[in-house]
Ligand binder design. Sequence first.
Ligand SMILES: Nc1ncnc2c1ncn2[C@@H]1O[C@H](COP(=O)(O)OP(=O)(O)OP(=O)(O)O)[C@@H](O)[C@H]1O
Length: 546
Amino acid sequence: MQFVEFAEICNTIEGTSSRLATADILAEKFPLLTEEELPVFVRFMRGRLFPDWSSEKLGFGPNLLYDALAYVIGKKRSYVVSAINNAGDIGKVVESLIEKREQTMFFSEELDLLDVNARFLQMAKSSGRRSQQERLRSAQYLLSNATPLEGRYLARLMLEEMRIGVGEGVVKDAVSKAFGVPSDIVEHAHQALNDLGEVAFLAKTDPSRLSNVHITAFRPVKMMLAQQGSITSMVETHGTLAAENKYDGSRFQFHKSGGKCAIYSRRLEEMTASLPDVVKMLDKATDHDVIIDGEVIAIMNGKPMPFQTILRRIRRKHDVGDAQEAITLLPWVFDILAADGETLIDLPFRERRKILESVMNAYVAPQLVSDSAEEIEAYYHSSLDNGNEGIMLKVLDSPYLPGNRGKLWIKIKPEVDTIDLVVTAAEWGEGKRAKMFGSFLLACQDENGDLLEISRVATGIDDSMLSTLYDLFKDKIIAEKGKTVTFEPDVVFEVGYAELQKSTNYEAGYALRFPRFVRLRDDKDVSEIETLESLTRRYSLQNKEE
Ligand SMILES: Nc1ncnc2c1ncn2[C@@H]1O[C@H](COP(=O)(O)OP(=O)(O)OP(=O)(O)O)[C@@H](O)[C@H]1O
């Protein structure tokens, strides 16, 4: 497939607001692609260059893109930067600059989808002193051979920010439709493989394998999540339940296979090098090949420490030795996804738990199995007294559903109205904070993962957090105009508020009244932020209470 055809399809989809129509466009195209093209096409459509389980990154920020573009159009870098600052949408700016380019090329090669992919893979692999130079050269090659429309999507792919309204759900529907595979099989295969490219590939080449997929060591799957709920309604609905402490720590997935171990964060980033002692503890606790789900907590002077302490340590990746002295880390494991090569996610929780207990000789999270709301209530209070966030209630018959936030896991914790939102922009501060970002623009997501602005937050951020935020955001700047700086949408804030209000000032149609910064959620990525659907639910609940 020529890359220009891919770009044209993206352009059509970008102009289509119907989810159904988008799925139809994809479903029509999928069968026409070769086995090699299909997974690449699927990943690219969602702005992914690698499978979702991969921690690999292109390593190509906006700055390199500006350099490459300046070279290709034969202008100064400042010209490119000011064009981007004036327009905001990098893709569209690249498109119009290529359209206007003065430097005529001696030759122009047509770009092919697979060649573009191969170049990206090569860019990601390059390391060492000359790697930036090599990446820059590849980007120059791609952009100088690109038509304006190809330039738009190449730029977005390089920044891994496609945002044309192709969510996971749309791709799954399209795979199902294109190859006649039932949607529950597509869903299950996606949960286990964590790569829609591979799911589409199997649907095309060997659909029977889709219903028999395995979770593989060192390819992390998304973690199962919880909804808020109540003890009484859970007991009424399910009878006997498992209750566990809701640890205030950091979620992890531990993989061990063939004597090798790795640990991944909730964002599925590999953290093996920054958590060496946790890896060693878990490695020693089992002789089996396992994929295990758990939460690591920090202990200082015998007491659990708040979540932020762990994050500080995880962030200080280069300083592991020092950080290790002050805090001890303790992993608690509460689920098992695979053991000795066998995928276990479809077994009921009570059976997975038995296997977990049989393969681990330490760190298994204690459980209360009970059908009494009073007994669970008492467990909840003692869990809070012991420094936990509350409890988790788990349905004993439940399979493990990667990435699912359903009613099979319920969290019980003291009521707090906070939501997780991604930061899309900021304003420079004033006075002595002029060199810091002052107020931050926040966005939620719609069902396709498109971002919708909802409010600004400036309250609740102390000086030390302001400087942490400055360090975090300075490499994520995409454009700057007047006092406003636009960022790659990557950093998630947990934000408190007094009330949700309808608003025409923000794209979401809502605004937060008295928003305040609560904490950074480094463990979450943009796909996990608050959805419009959930905001709508919050809004109607809030108004019911009044
Ligand atoms: N025993 C446990 N079982 C499952 N998850 C646990 C447990 N103890 C702590 N957790 C943590 O609780 C989280 C589940 O809550 P949820 O899915 O709502 O995530 P969240 O959005 O981070 O919630 P919160 O903000 O309440 O921590 C898990 O991601 C995990 O990090």
